[in-house]
Ligand binder design. Sequence first.
Ligand SMILES: [Zn+2]
Length: 334
Amino acid sequence: MNKFDDIDYWKGIVLYGLNQATYKIALGKTIIELASSGEESVDWNLLSKTYLDNYLNRLKENSHPQQNNPSRKTKMERIIDSLNKGIIDYQTAVSQVETEAFNDVIPRFQTIGTNKEIVGERFYHFDFGKKLYLHDPTFKIIEDSKTELLEELDARWSVLEGHFLTVHDDWELSNSIRDIYLVNGHARKNITHNIPFLQGYQGNICFYCGEPIERKDIHVDHVLPRQFIQHDEIWNLVLSHDICNLHKNDSLVGKHYFEKLIARNENIMGSNHPWKRKILNALGNSKTKRGMTMWKHYENAKIVLKNNFWENSPSYNRETDPFFKKLITVLNNR
Ligand SMILES: [Zn+2]
């Protein structure tokens, strides 16, 4: 009697999926709701709208974290934050879901643990970005147990949120800080036009490792991560190797890098470049004020990004860092 019924496969997915976020639970609810209309072929737009509505309903009642990693928010939380703050409208939110929210969850929903063979394409197959095709077992399980399945998904969703909350210290505080940056921020722009300006103060030397950068490897990096700071102002931009930038990822840099960034910005302030206005406007009209503003952003980033530090090693030695030596020379000769 160890034969699996359709409902057992479904429960396997819901209860034994590897849930680092709540995506699968929301998709489970979405599929049950969509199947209730009896349509086998579901348009991607309707799928996205139903999925978004599930998250909107869920997050309206509480604002618990939706993933395990405390230094990030899920794609869906970020879309909904922007919607709630009036930065995007509902239609834009739906189209962001259509293009950005399903890359992982649709292909991976039908797995138990990490195994894709067990379930196969029992409940649906898809044409990404176009259609979701629901299969007979999906209609069968909701015919038999729709209410029970929805309750089970809600319960599972709460369990995951409860678990995520325990690893997210200062959730409320971190959220309100994130909101401030989101409201004062702007949509991502192309930042490569800053390269010549930054080269003027940095040469072709990587801000992080101090080694020369080949033209093809040059990358404009947000020192405080873009997902936190929500803007592309030059006081927070440096040139780095692509590989250094990737290595740092969304982490918070160690203090010594931030000190170096403050020195870099003061170097710009000591020059005659017209863009120094941008730094003055963003950070303040004296060296002390600018330093205080920058450290305030750093402290806020620490709360939001938790202890997710990158190269926070006190053994780092600026004396052996060619960029810092070059910077000191420039500072001393101005
Ligand atoms: Zn580098």
